[in-house]
Design a protein. Structure first.
Length: 396
């Protein structure tokens, strides 16, 4: 049985559930170079711990989404978070890079339950415009998590090693499980018995995949996340191995970027009321493009310094804070009866983009700033193209 959920409880729950994604990646990042050396892993192997996590995250959403539409959000959340906790403990105990990759893949699949249900819960409770405002508030909370994650991960890695950083991830998973178990009720008012039947499910996915509003928002989310994942997967090696920062200093640099993201989500709440979702992402794209273009111009000019990465990173993440709330609410907006399926399909697209980036970075990182900043510039341009064309035409 469903019950009324306050805006505060909804926003905090969304922040925790969506926050598992940055916790799973950001807390781990400062420890990645040390982990790579201690386990004797190659650069490609280290990147697989990130890219396979995201790929399994996307594929698993295709299962969790329909199951959540069929059986409800709570059963899926409790099952997924329990598996996440088990996988997180497995990561802490991993004795080889191959074992760590397997546990990270399972961790990504379990994390998918939290993220797909978070978007579906948002659609259960709100219409798209109000949902975007609540999502912006939730993503501000997520930004705080992303702010603390690299700082905590850097300090833990510096004083106690990479296993301590991964232990912190397991602890956050346990706390999120307790939160859902004790505080978050079922939000799906009417279950869909046909949601997991193969024929109707394919028809639903086909209808969603060709809906112009879904296409516009899903591509926006995938492109802006492409830039973010480029930073996440490549920045630890750039800041630590190329620019010489300590893990703790790297955590601080990533925390500064998280502050820019938090500022973006705060501005997003105001701009949605004033300019609507279309107007907000159109304006946000200017910051996105400025970050990508500035970073590319500086590295092509031969400038190599910490601020060359940090300033473009902050500009991009400010724009990301404007795009994400609108995109996350927009992909499920037209589908109140199939929010789980729509969320899953958007998540799959995002994961395929991130997996490709991870595989590319495993080959492209060459001890210079060039691959990271050119990759950020590419996804900045792609985000702007979608925001200024598809979103403006499809969304009314």
């Amino acid at each position: 049985m469903t019950r009324v959920v306050s805006h505060t409880l909804a926003a905090l729950s969304l922040a925790l559930l969506l926050g598992l994604q940055p916790v799973t990646t950001d807390v781990y990042l400062p420890a990645l170079p040390d982990l790579t050396r201690e386990l004797g892993a190659s650069m490609a192997g280290a990147q697989l711990t990130m890219s396979l996590l995201i790929l399994s995250f996307g594929l698993a959403q295709m299962v969790w989404g329909p199951v959540a539409d069929r059986f409800g959000r709570r059963p899926v959340l409790l099952t997924g978070l329990t598996l996440y906790l088990v996988a997180s403990v497995g990561c802490v105990l991993a004795a080889s890079i191959e074992t760590l990759i397997v546990w990270r893949a399972l961790q990504g699949a379990a994390m998918a339950a939290a993220v797909v249900c978070a978007r579906a819960v948002l659609r259960d409770l709100y219409e798209p415009v109000q949902g975007a405002q609540v999502m912006a508030l939730a993503l501000t909370g997520l930004g705080v998590i992303a702010l603390l994650g690299p700082l905590m991960g850097g300090l833990l890695a510096k004083f106690w090693g990479w296993r301590a950083s991964l232990s912190a991830v397991a602890l956050v998973g346990a706390l999120t499980l307790v939160w859902v178990l004790t505080l978050l009720p079922e939000t799906l008012a009417r279950r869909n018995p046909a949601a997991t039947r193969f024929g109707p499910l394919l028809a639903t996915w086909w209808a969603i995949a060709r809906h112009p509003v879904f296409i516009a928002w899903a591509l926006l989310v995938a492109c802006t996340y492409g830039g973010l994942f480029t930073l996440l997967a490549g920045s630890s090696f750039i800041y630590i191995d190329v620019l010489g920062l300590s893990p703790a200093a790297y955590g601080l640099a990533m925390a500064v970027g998280s502050l820019a993201y938090i500022a973006g989500t705060a501005v997003c709440r105001r701009w949605i009321r004033r300019h609507g979702m279309r107007g907000t992402v159109a304006r946000g794209a200017g910051f996105t493009l400025a970050g990508g273009a500035l970073g590319a111009a500086l590295v092509l000019a031969g400038v190599e310094a910490t601020w060359v990465v940090l300033v473009p990173q902050c500009l991009f993440l400010f724009g990301h804070g404007l795009h994400q709330p609108c995109g996350q609410a927009g992909v499920v907006g037209p589908f109140p009866a199939a929010a789980g399926a729509a969320s899953a399909l958007a998540g799959l697209l995002l994961a395929l983009v991130a997996f490709g980036i991870g595989r590319w970075l495993g080959v492209a990182l060459d001890g210079t700033l060039l691959p990271l900043m050119l990759g950020l510039a590419f996804w900045s341009a792609a985000t702007c193209l979608v925001a200024w064309t598809l979103v403006q035409r499809a969304v009314r």
